[in-house]
Design a protein around this ligand. Structure first.
Ligand SMILES: Cc1cc2nc3c(=O)[nH]c(=O)nc-3n(C[C@H](O)[C@H](O)[C@H](O)COP(=O)(O)OP(=O)(O)OC[C@H]3O[C@@H](n4cnc5c(N)ncnc54)[C@H](O)[C@@H]3O)c2cc1C
Length: 294
């Protein structure tokens, strides 16, 4: 529906290409030996692989995500099987799906219309979670739409606009920064991955495993990240080039975040805001642009 509205309706109509989505393959696994119920989420960021709790049909879910196509993820899965020790398991079921990995729509609202969920590209940039990310917008949308339609009024674009403003003042702004950093941060060596993983820094449970409405990035995590970057460089576990990519993403992410902090309070300032936002996003590039060949 978003893509089929008239071009001048006020909603972006772009289609998501293979370079704008994350291809996800889930393997439901049963461990060969009896184990305690698997309740943690373990992430292996270099491989874009994680092991997470399952429903009762399996002991855990081993997920593989990749830009560009399922075949790319399979190559990383083969390498993962070779390099990473896991408890022995067998696969009992597989599921395939895609999830957007793209900045959210510049505007979620138009005349009598609100875009939400995957259609609005609302996924958490640090782990692809779409359900909770979408709920943050939906909560705002329910309040604003109720107000806009009070007494039987028609929900015009202007009346729904506070949805854009309130969302981008909160989660929207925060996600821009995380998306810009992660697009670059995932392109790193196995050695850097193992180092940061061992110290639970940057690719930490708190950040990658963050659930709910926040990305999990607070001052404590940032200070820890800076310390382990310096420590990693001093010990040769992190190459300056790898940090350069992350820093470039961070600087661009910060510029975008500051631009989103000035999201227009009314539709009048929107066209000029979009022009600059597009320019800034172009400078960030996409995760698919930094895909490592193995
Ligand atoms: C493998 C995988 C694992 C994931 N794991 C998690 C997770 O652990 N946690 C999390 O938070 N998120 C996860 N996500 C993301 C999450 O599933 C999505 O973000 C979420 O389902 C999006 O909800 P939605 O309602 O916007 O879209 P969808 O769930 O895609 O629903 C859209 C619906 O619209 C229907 N539809 C489409 N076109 C039409 C049409 N023309 N007419 C009528 N109906 C139509 C579709 O059939 C579909 O039922 C995962 C995604 C994948 C692919």
């Amino acid at each position: 529906m978003r893509r089929s509205l008239p071009a001048d309706y006020g909603i972006e109509q772009f289609a998501l290409t293979a370079r704008d989505v994350f291809f996800v393959k889930l393997r439901y696994i049963k461990f060969e030996e009896p184990m305690e119920r698997w309740l943690k989420s373990q992430f292996y960021l270099f491989y874009k692989i994680w092991i997470a709790p399952s429903d009762d049909s399996a002991d855990a879910i081993l997920g593989v995500g990749s830009s560009c196509g399922f075949d790319v993820g399979e190559k990383f899965y083969q390498l993962f099987c070779k390099n990473v020790r896991t408890p022995p398991y067998r696969v009992v079921r597989e599921e395939l799906g895609t999830t957007p990995y793209h900045r959210a729509l510049h505007s979620f609202v138009a005349d009598g219309f609100i875009a939400m969920g995957d259609a609005a590209c609302l996924t958490k940039p640090n782990n692809g979670e779409g359900t909770t990310a979408a709920l943050a917008l939906e909560e705002i949308a329910a309040e604003v739409a109720a107000e806009a339609m009070r007494g039987g009024a028609y929900p015009t674009r202007a009346a729904l606009w506070p949805i854009n403003k309130r969302y981008n003042d909160g989660q929207g702004k925060e996600f821009t920064f995380v998306l810009a950093v992660f697009a670059r941060a995932v392109a790193h060596s196995i050695r850097m991955n193992d180092f940061l993983f061992a110290h639970d820094a940057i690719f930490s449970k708190k950040i990658i495993g963050a659930v709910g409405g926040s990305s999990g990035i607070g001052p404590g995590e940032i200070a820890k990240a800076i310390f382990f970057i310096l420590y990693g460089m001093a010990t040769g576990n992190i190459k300056p080039k790898e940090i350069g990519g992350m820093l470039a993403g961070g600087v661009r992410g910060l510029r975008i975040l500051l631009h989103y902090a000035r999201y227009p309070a009314a539709p009048a300032g929107f066209p000029a805001w979009v022009k600059k936002a597009d320019r800034l996003w172009d400078s960030v590039g996409r995760m698919a642009d930094y895909q490592i060949e193995i």
